[in-house]
Design a binder for this molecule. Structure first.
Ligand SMILES: C[S@@+](CC[C@H](N)C(=O)[O-])C[C@H]1O[C@@H](n2cnc3c(N)ncnc32)[C@H](O)[C@@H]1O
Length: 349
C-alpha cells in the first residue's frame, strides 16, 4: 500500500466493504467462547495496513465484548501486516485518531506485528476473534510474469491464469491453516474479500484495463522501460465463492475450521453516488485514480530500477505520472466501479 498515510486517505472502498461485514462480526463476537477468569481476550486484525479502516470493526468487536464480559476484562488488539507496512501511520492512528477505539476504554491494549500472515504470527490457541478485511486477496508470491497485463485475472494467457489459480488455492489453504492454529477452540474468524462473480467479473475491469493502457503509454513515452514493464505484476487475486469453499468440499472441517456463513454482497461505488449528485467527472476520476494509486501503485513501482536502487524521487515521480495519466483516461467516460464482497464467518471447533 502507498505509505505516508496515503492508504488511509484514499482507500475508502475497502472501508465500505468492511462495513458490509459488521453484522457478521457482531454475530462472531456473540458466538466466541470465552473462558472464565481475567485472562486478556485477544483480537487479531490480519492485514491492518495503516489502521484507519480497522477502527470501526475493532470498535464494533470491542463493544460486543464489553457487553458480554463487562468493563474489567483486559482486551488486547493486535494489528498484523507485512514488515514493509507503514507502521508509523498505524501507531499515529492508534494514538491520536479522534475515532481511536482506546479513547473511552483504558482496558484495551493495542499492539502490532510485522510478519506475513502466511506464517504463524501469534501463539497457537491464543486468538479469540480474528478479522481480516481486503487482505487475503494478496498472494504470498508472484508465480509467473503476465505478458499482457499486470493482474492475472485479466490476462488472456490460460497458462498464466492457471499458475495464479494454483497459487491462490494453495495460499487460501495456508492462510486458513495458520489461522486455525492460532484461534482458540470456540474462537471465530471473519474474512472480508473483494469477490469474483461466477461469470468472472469483479467490477474492477475498467480501472485495471485503463491502468494497463497507461503503462503501455508510459513505455512508449520513455517513462518506464520495456524490461521494467515486463516485471510489473500486482499479485491480487479475487476468488470465486467456489474457490473459497474448495478446502471444505470433502470435509466438513478444514484444519478444525468450519464455515458458519458465507455471503456475497454488492458494494455500490460511493464515488459514483457523489458523481450522480454533483455531475463532477473530474472528481470521480480523481477519486478512482487515487484509490488505484494508494493500493496497487507500490506493487507496480517495485519493478522500477530507480525504486529498487533507492533513487530519490523515483517512486513519487512514477506515482504522480501514473495518477495523472489514469485520471485523464478515466475522465473521458465516467464509469461506476460497483464491486462484490464476500463476507465469511469461520468457527474453530
Ligand atoms: C487493501 S489493504 C487492507 C487494509 C485494511 N484491512 C482494510 O480493510 O482497509 C491490504 C493489507 O494487507 C496486507 N497484506 C497483504 N499480504 C499480507 C501478508 N501476507 N501478511 C500480512 N499482511 C498482508 C497489505 O500489506 C495491506 O496493508
Amino acid at each position: 500500500m502507498e505509505g505516508e498515510g496515503a492508504y488511509n486517505k484514499y482507500a475508502k472502498l475497502p472501508a465500505g466493504g468492511g462495513a458490509l461485514a459488521l453484522p457478521l462480526l457482531e454475530k462472531a463476537v456473540d458466538a466466541v467462547r470465552f473462558e472464565a477468569g481475567n485472562q486478556p481476550i485477544v483480537i487479531a486484525d490480519y492485514g491492518s495496513s495503516q489502521g484507519k479502516n480497522s477502527l470501526v470493526p475493532m470498535k464494533t468487536a470491542l463493544k460486543g465484548m464489553r457487553r458480554r464480559l463487562g468493563a474489567d476484562r483486559p482486551l488486547s488488539v493486535i494489528h498484523i501486516d507485512q514488515p514493509s507496512n507503514d507502521f508509523n501511520t498505524l501507531f499515529e492512528v492508534l494514538d491520536a485518531d479522534p475515532d481511536r477505539y482506546t479513547l473511552d476504554d483504558p482496558n484495551v491494549f493495542p499492539a502490532a506485528i510485522g510478519r506475513s500472515f502466511y506464517e504463524g504470527v501469534l501463539p497457537p490457541g491464543s486468538v479469540h476473534l480474528g478479522w481480516c478485511s481486503y487482505a487475503a486477496v494478496w498472494l504470498r508470491r508472484i508465480p509467473a510474469l503476465i505478458p499482457d497485463h499486470f493482474v492475472s485475472f485479466l490476462s488472456s494467457s490460460a497458462q498464466v491464469r492457471a499458475e495464479f489459480d494454483r497459487e491462490a488455492e494453495s495460499d487460501w489453504r495456508a492462510f486458513l491453516t495458520m489461522r486455525a492454529r492460532e484461534l482458540r477452540p470456540g474462537g471465530r474468524l471473519v474474512v472480508v474479500l473483494p469477490a469474483r462473480a461466477d461469470d468472472g467479473s469483479t467490477g474492477f475491469e475498467k480501472i485495471m484495463n485503463e491502468a494497463n493502457a497507461v503503462l503501455e503509454e508510459m513505455v512508449s513515452d520513455g517513462d518506464v522501460t520495456a524490461a521494467e514493464r515486463a516485471r510489473m505484476v500486482v499479485p491480487t487475486y479475487p476468488r470465486r465463492t467456489r474457490d473459497l469453499l474448495a478446502p471444505f468440499e470433502r470435509v466438513a472441517h478444514f484444519e478444525g475450521l468450519t464455515i458458519e456463513e458465507l455471503v456475497t454482497l454488492e458494494l455500490p461505488d460511493a464515488a459514483w453516488s457523489d458523481y450522480e449528485q454533483d455531475g463532477n467527472s473530474d472528481a470521480l476520476a480523481t477519486k478512482h485514480a487515487l484509490f488505484f494509486r494508494s493500493i496497487f501503485m507500490p506493487s507496480l513501482a517495485a519493478s522500477l530500477d530507480g525504486v529498487r536502487s533507492g533513487a530519490a524521487g523515483a517512486l513519487a515521480q512514477f506515482a504522480d505520472r501514473l495518477q495523472s495519466r489514469l485520471t485523464r483516461r478515466l475522465t473521458r467516460v465516467p464509469t461506476a466501479m460497483h464491486s462484490f464482497v464476500q463476507t465469511i464467518l469461520l468457527a474453530r471447533g
